[in-house]
Design a protein around this ligand. Sequence first.
Ligand code: COA
Ligand code: AMP
Length: 633
Amino acid sequence: MGYREAYEGWKADPEAFWMEAAKAVEWSRPPSRALFPERAPLHEWFVDGEMNTCFNAVDRHVAAGRGDQAAIVHESPITGSSRTVTYAELQDLTARLAGALARRGVAKGDRVVIYMPMVAEAAVAMLACARIGAVHSVVFGGFAANELAVRIDDCKPKAVLAASCGIEPGRVVDYKPLLDGAIDIAKHKPDFCVIFQRPEKPAALVEGRDAEWFAFQEGAAPAAPVPVGGAEPLYVLYTSGTTGQPKGVVRPSGGHAVALHWTMRNLYGVGAGDVFWAASDVGWVVGHSYIVYGPLLAGCTSVLFEGKPVGTPDAATFWRVIAKHKVKSFFTAPTAFRAIKREDPAGALVAGHDLSSLKALYLAGERSDTDTVNWAARLLGVPVVDHWWQTETGWAITGVPLGLEPGCEIRLGTTGLAMPGYDVRILDEGGHEVPPGTLGAVAVKLPLPPGTLPTLWNAEARFVKSYLTTFPGWYETGDAGMKDAEGYLQIMARTDDVINVAGHRLSTGAMEEVLSDHPDIAECAVVGIADELKGQAPLGFLCLNKGCNRPHGEITSEAVKLVRDRIGPVAAFRLAVVVDRLPKTRSGKILRGIMAKIADGESFRQPATIDDPAILDEIAAALAGLGLPPARR
Ligand code: COA
Ligand code: AMP
């Protein structure tokens, strides 16, 4: 069956399509139907079915005789280590940790925060929670204590599973003091913490609260998988919205397993025994879907990579891992390829690495520039698929399903075609569909397919307001783009204050909230400006309190430190400039888009509603003093 046939088949009978797809999951109680629209516009899937994600991702493969197959290979060039965990070992590890958690009172529906770097234990922790029906919430290691505290207060975990440290090039990141700081700040206090001590830097434990990873599990009886309702949450993953309060995206268990199964076979073209590698982090949605759950549900071997595309130790590290493990499908963010291309423009470092196992490269997380896509395609000699999705959806909204149709056309500069389940349209401000080739808001007709968010954690009203209100009957993606006549989608920009730095989704609003706390800053605006390597970089415009005559350099340095301390190094906030005033409309709305265009040297139309056009010259003059590369101005 080709793509068009599959897509039309879904459109003609979505219920039959998803019930058929649901057969790939082993249910302890099969669902009687797929869609439950009773609470529309809120939709749920497979509500009356019961299954367990850990069972489907682990035990099932052991029972099928693949216990000796590698489930996870941890490749860690940054620590110089490599480790293979078979499915049988993974079953043992997850059952034991799950048993120990259950012994300490963690039960179905309880939340567990996971704050760990890219070690195999992070995947074990996620699966152990899934095994007993506990809802995990993984927090990315590059976030600071305050961000961790915000998440702890929102999801109120019974336990935290953490590692003593993470390892970044040139430094060890102490996770434990960040965790201690977060628990101090948070109003909610978890009952206990379990700490995985890394040899690079073990941490001091808090008596009575913290347990060491292995000691915690001693004598615990292995836990059996607990049946979980199809619509009950597997995890909550926080993502950036327009304010400092992140959105807790809820992932429903049943639909998630069904949808990921479908994508492994049809989008990524892999099945049991194949090696799949997503070079991302378990703290992001890509890590949840395609380092842990997707590949394991499909019985693949998943590569869990702890390192960077360059510098660990060099720009050949990707090629080394692909050749060593015979990776068939590879998924990463365009930034990673831009970093490699910058260090090794001729791609000379590929020489000597047998990449013949590789069948396709998949890119997502941020806009792909055609230069990088072409470079990667030439170098690797495989199709390069740019595909588009969000934390909210958990799997691709558009892409090119090479598994379903190996010759399916890839159109450069686009993110492919709508996947079955998604009716993607471009709407104008009034919610009317626009003709092909016209820019507009990208929206998806409700219901969203299985696996996508049914709501936000503890925030149903925010869910409705953020996604379902602007265009009634549609899910508002927050992205702007256009479709061509054959349905290939191009994503151009966000329509909100979210920016994308090195494939990491960040809120400029959250950075503004932090900067506003600086005693000398009266007002500020943060915008995303073009960055050759990371796609975008944040830039802060700071207006100081009247009478403040401290050196500007001091204040901008403090501002940079404040964002790093409060949000974390991942915010990559390094640029700030002091200005007298911010450009605003007469109604007081800050013209952030225009400031970004001035910084990027792009042309723009002066809005008729601008309060005082002279401010734009002041902004340009302040940026000139910042010494940005001329290409930016
Ligand atoms: N724990 C602690 N700190 C972390 C971290 C983690 N898990 N991940 C990143 N950081 C820190 C980095 O050390 C860096 O700190 P610094 O300011 O002290 O240098 C900062 O956060 C910014 O990190 P990053 O944006 O990753 O920049 P980088 O310069 O370290 O690396 C790339 C640049 C391009 C190599 C890197 O961003 C990359 O590999 N990107 C791939 C994209 C990706 O994986 N996206 C995920 C979604 S698919
Ligand atoms: P995240 O929730 O972190 O996955 O970020 C989702 C956002 O990243 C989307 O809303 C887009 O703005 C952007 N994004 C993801 N994939 C792509 C892509 N292939 N092309 C352009 N932008 C993308």
